[in-house]
Design a binder for this molecule. Structure first.
Ligand SMILES: [Zn+2]
Length: 88
């Protein structure tokens, strides 16, 4: 879901529209935050934050684990009963 498809309402002038109609405000490169301004009265209406690289990496790791689940835990020691059997 992209911000462009979201509905926005300006609290200042009552403008309503899709995110794609918003005018772009300031963009913070450090935080990857894009501010959006109302196209009618130019009041700040909201912002969107691009996913950070760390978040993408985490998502990829989680996806990998879901698709390639780690093997079940293996006992480092055999249960006692099994040990006895093995001695025979
Ligand atoms: Zn407005």
């Amino acid at each position: 879901m992209n911000y462009r498809e979201f509905d926005f309402i300006c609290k200042h002038c009552g403008w309503q529209g899709k995110g794609s109609e918003l005018s772009l405000g300031e963009f913070s490169e450090i935080h990857c935050i894009q501010d959006f301004d109302c196209p009618s009265c130019y009041e700040h209406i909201g912002y969107a934050q691009a996913p950070l690289i760390e978040d993408i990496k985490r998502e990829e790791r989680l996806k990998y684990l879901r698709e390639n689940p780690p093997p079940p835990r293996v006992f480092t020691k055999y249960p006692r009963k099994l040990k006895k059997k093995m001695k025979k």
